[in-house]
Design a protein around this ligand. Structure first.
Ligand SMILES: [Fe+2]
Length: 126
């Protein structure tokens, strides 16, 4: 490894990023961390909406040189959905109706073309 190599933490495309201290997130962290809106309590096997928004607290750019490329939704380790995005959208928010038989924390990963993949989470229970 050369001295000029970035650490994984400093490399936007190494791993999945999240706010180091969520209670005191920086504007950069807030701009990239996906926010999940879903009921706190759901019934296994019944549909509910999951809305994932990037840039809710601090707006993220949405222009050809800098935008959110995709958002993925997981239930714990299980992949649920992926939405590909372009800068043509007015907002970086998607709503996905889901039906889960097994309830795990919801996880969303959003990828910025300049700043890599970011994780947001929300617990749900029966
Ligand atoms: Fe970005």
């Amino acid at each position: 490894m050369s001295e000029e190599s970035k650490t994984c933490e400093a490399d936007p495309f190494c791993g999945i990023k999240s706010a180091k201290d969520p209670a005191n997130a920086t504007d950069f962290e807030k701009k990239h961390t996906p926010t999940i809106k879903a009921p706190d309590t759901v019934k296994p096997g019944e549909f509910f909406d999951v809305t994932i928004e990037v840039g809710k607290a601090v707006s993220h750019p949405n222009e050809p040189g800098h935008f959110i490329q995709w958002i993925e939704l997981y239930s714990g380790p299980t992949f649920i959905a992926r939405v590909d995005l372009t800068p043509a959208l007015a907002d970086t928010a998607v709503t996905i109706p889901v039906r889960l038989e097994h309830l795990h924390p919801l996880k969303a990963i959003a990828r910025c073309n300049l700043h890599g993949a970011w994780l947001g989470e929300k617990n749900i229970k029966a």
